[in-house]
Ligand binder design. Structure first.
Ligand SMILES: Nc1ncnc2c1ncn2[C@@H]1O[C@H](COP(=O)(O)OP(=O)(O)O)[C@@H](O)[C@H]1O
Ligand SMILES: [Mg+2]
Length: 259
């Protein structure tokens, strides 16, 4: 690893722009995430939070701006405004540094829990089955679901499904975890177990970008709170500071509404 990248932010997003037809969904979003930092992204529905995360994980492409992961450029825009991604093999390699967890789990219903976990390490990373199983079993134990290894997703509670989804993302050994409203689809009594798993990851210094409406999690676990509204990221501040003073009228109005 060259020295030049060791000090680089884990995520650097500069002036990201993205439109769907006439709808400008990201209007110049910039954010840096440092190693081991937990950033909570909050903001009203439709403000572009999911699109922002999906652009970082290359599930969507940006129209312009600059994205670098651990100092390696994924996409950049020249002075003429032309946006270019690095070649596909580089995109895949850099993309593998981030893992993502979705609101609706996205587990494979026809595979057992264990099979859900070993699929990508075997197919994408070419890991031998034994090694993939060992890795999966360790992660299932970590999220407290070792006894469920041979269950199908339909037999699990929502909270268990989401913990399996987290273990599955971790099975690819990402350096950064992106969470898109991981507890929003859960009954209130099941959110705690998922938040606890995420808190444990944070305590192990995983770099995390978490879109959430859980203000308690944002306040207690996140180092930084980023507020998005109408396609803009208008405030990123240390969490304690943000909750004491969001620093922006729209952020204050949102917070008053949430708390
Ligand atoms: N694939 C898509 N095609 C067209 N419009 C989209 C697509 N994804 C998101 N949008 C629009 O982009 C805006 C921001 O959406 P989203 O990023 O999901 O916001 P949030 O996650 O903050 O609720 C919304 O107006 C939404 O309708
Ligand atoms: Mg969303």
């Amino acid at each position: 690893m060259p020295n030049t990248t060791s000090e680089a932010p884990m995520i650097e997003a500069r002036d990201l722009r993205k439109r769907f037809g006439a709808n400008e969904v990201l209007r110049g979003v910039s954010l840096q995430v440092r190693k081991g930092e937990v950033v909570a992204v909050i903001g009203p529905s439709g403000s572009g939070k999911s699109t922002f995360l999906r652009c970082l994980n290359h599930l969507e492409t940006i129209d312009s701006g600059h994205i670098a992961i651990e100092g390696e450029t994924l996409a950049t825009t020249d002075a003429q405004g032309r946006c270019a991604y690095v070649p596909d093999a580089e995109v895949r390699r850099i993309g593998a540094k981030t893992g993502m967890v979705f609101q609706h789990f996205n587990l494979f219903p026809h595979l057992t829990v264990l099979e859900n976990l070993i699929e990508a390490p075997m197919v994408v990373q070419g890991l031998a089955r034994d090694a993939a199983v060992a890795r999966a079993e360790a992660l299932l134990a970590k999220v407290g679901l070792a006894p469920k290894r041979d269950s199908y997703p339909a037999r699990l509670s929502g909270g268990q499904k989401q913990r399996v989804a987290i273990a599955r993302a971790l099975c690819m050994q990402p350096d950064i975890m992106l969470f898109d409203e991981p507890t929003s689809a859960l009954d209130p009594e099941l959110t705690g177990e998922v938040l606890r798993t995420m808190r444990e990851l944070a305590e192990e210094h995983m770099t995390m970008l978490v879109v959430t409406h859980e203000m308690g999690f944002a306040r207690e676990v996140a180092h930084t709170v980023a507020f998005m509204d109408q396609g803009e990221l208008i405030a990123a501040r240390p969490a304690a500071e943000f909750f004491a003073d969001p620093g922006h009228e729209r952020a204050r109005a949102f917070l008053d509404h949430m708390l």
